[in-house]
Design a protein around this ligand. Structure first.
Ligand code: AMP
Ligand code: MN
Ligand code: MN
Ligand code: MN
Length: 285
């Protein structure tokens, strides 16, 4: 699989983290949408991997293991996608367990802030949308704020709440960059910088992220993602070449009602890039 002309979707979320579909329903949707190589990348959790791989096998859909790890870099949250690693390796599962710790406390502080602006019982409200309480996230609060009529959609939630400077924002320290890359590479996988266009970094900070990522053994960057504009595809294609990184492609699909990019519904990778699946040929299931 050396071609960039492949409908690979290597980034999406299930009910195991903050998506609304099961791993099986995502596999079926990916297949129906023409995806040829798929990875489920739940936040900080690999509990859906066996189900996703089994569902993909049933459908004749090629599969790579996946995860999206929350990392703190230069005071910002950065997401690192891992692909093709051994999901049973305890260095990965122990590391993710530590990363998940603290979400409950953070969620309680988020709810306290929301209570101060007149939104009561947000912790309990968000919990009703959570599959795994260890993974309570801003997405679940967003669904509660929509359901309770405070906002019309999750986009409005993140404009008015839960982001820096707005009620309900509680900063958090996640894993560090080097550790997250190590967990992925220890298990034979490839680490990928997720949606680099989303971080509010200066040019220098972004350069530092790419340099340190590469120095610690990171090998890929998302170029074509549901989080990037068309001009960002070009920006990060150039960055991939500048830093000698392979390119990845993924919708970041969470929910049929919320996500504007469906599984498999993205342009192909630009042909001048090395697709990340070229590095993972022997890890495809
Ligand atoms: P957390 O890990 O609790 O900080 O939550 C992060 C999640 O919130 C992301 O994975 C997205 O699913 C969601 N999210 C963050 N910012 C936005 C946004 N502007 N619009 C929609 N969803 C967002
Ligand atoms: Mn998410
Ligand atoms: Mn992300
Ligand atoms: Mn994601």
């Amino acid at each position: 699989m050396t071609t960039s002309i492949l409908n690979a979707d290597l980034h999406c979320h299930s009910v195991v983290s903050d998506g609304t579909l099961t791993p099986e329903a995502l596999a079926a949707r990916a297949k129906a949408n023409g995806v040829e190589l798929w990875a489920l990348t739940d936040h900080d959790e690999v509990g859906g991997q066996l189900r996703a791989a089994a569902a993909a096998r049933e459908l004749g859909l090629r599969y790579l293991t996946g995860v999206e790890i929350s990392v703190t870099f230069a005071g910002e949250t950065v997401h690192i996608v891992g692909l093709g690693f051994d999901a049973t390796d305890t260095r990965m599962t122990d590391g993710l367990h530590l990363t998940r710790g603290g979400r409950e406390q953070r969620a309680r502080e988020m709810a306290d802030q929301l209570a101060k602006v007149g939104i009561a019982n947000a912790y309990e409200g968000a919990l009703r949308f959570v599959g795994n309480p260890e993974l309570i996230s801003r997405t679940h609060f967003a669904r509660f704020l929509v359901e309770s009529g405070v906002c019309k959609d999750t986009g409005e939630v993140f404009r008015r709440f839960l982001t820096e400077g707005k009620p309900g924002y509680v900063p958090h320290r996640w894993a560090n960059l080097q550790q997250a890359i190590q967990w992925i590479t220890d298990g034979g996988g490839v680490a990928v910088i997720a949606h680099p266009g989303r971080y509010r970094f200066t040019a220098n900070e972004q350069y530092a992220l790419f340099s340190e990522f590469k120095a610690h053994g990171g090998q890929g960057v998302e170029v074509v993602t549901g989080s990037h504009s068309t001009s960002e595809y070009l920006t990060y294609a150039d960055m991939a070449i500048e830093f000698g990184l392979a390119a990845s492609r993924g919708s970041d699909f969470h929910s049929p009602d919320e996500s504007h990019t469906d599984l498999g519904a993205l342009p192909y990778l630009p042909g001048k890039l090395t697709p990340v699946w070229e590095l993972l040929a022997d890890r495809i299931q």
